[in-house]
Design a protein around this ligand. Structure first.
Ligand SMILES: [Fe+2]
Ligand SMILES: [Fe+2]
Length: 162
């Protein structure tokens, strides 16, 4: 299938560069955050292509955000993070808001900038305030050797270290 350019849509959004201040201090989470930014960048690169592919890439962003939230919540659960419920509530609200933006996007591709700007603003704020608290907790959590909590800490601390 040939990808066609949408002539009505000519706003230009630029891709996002990863910045060190987005690092939360735990590779397991940072890797997923970088992947989410990569998904957003794919959507930006496709901004002038036809609506079908733009919507598919927007769906990929939402699906990846959902995956990442579940992954982060499982880490919180396994390390008995005291703020799990409120943190998960913030994640849930974001997905609901993204779904609303997705509805607007299916009506008009001109809503793409709103979708991306909304998500990136949220991401930058969340990764610099709420998520680093999780990383700190996981790194300081006292677990019994070979318990599931110990194993998740081991994976979180070592798995992505080169
Ligand atoms: Fe989070
Ligand atoms: Fe996160």
């Amino acid at each position: 299938m040939m990808l066609t350019k949408l002539t009505l849509w000519n706003k230009v959004m630029h891709i996002y560069e990863w910045k060190s201040q987005y690092d939360v201090g735990l590779q397991l989470i940072d890797v997923e955050h970088k992947n989410l930014i990569a998904c957003i960048n794919k959507l930006i690169i496709a901004q002038n292509l036809d609506q079908h592919i733009v919507l598919k890439l927007a769906d990929e962003v939402i699906a990846y955000a959902e995956f990442h939230f579940l992954s982060e919540e499982n880490i919180m659960y396994l390390t008995q993070y005291p703020e799990l419920a409120s943190h998960a509530e913030v994640h849930k609200k974001l997905i609901e808001q993204l779904r609303e933006h997705r509805k607007d996007l299916s009506k008009s591709v001109h809503c793409l900038q709103d979708f991306v700007t909304f998500l990136v603003r949220w991401f930058i704020e969340h990764t610099q305030t709420v998520d680093p608290e999780v990383a700190k907790h996981v790194l300081n959590y006292k677990s019994l050797p070979n318990s599931p909590e110990y194993m998740i800490q081991k994976i979180a601390k070592e798995h992505y270290e080169s």
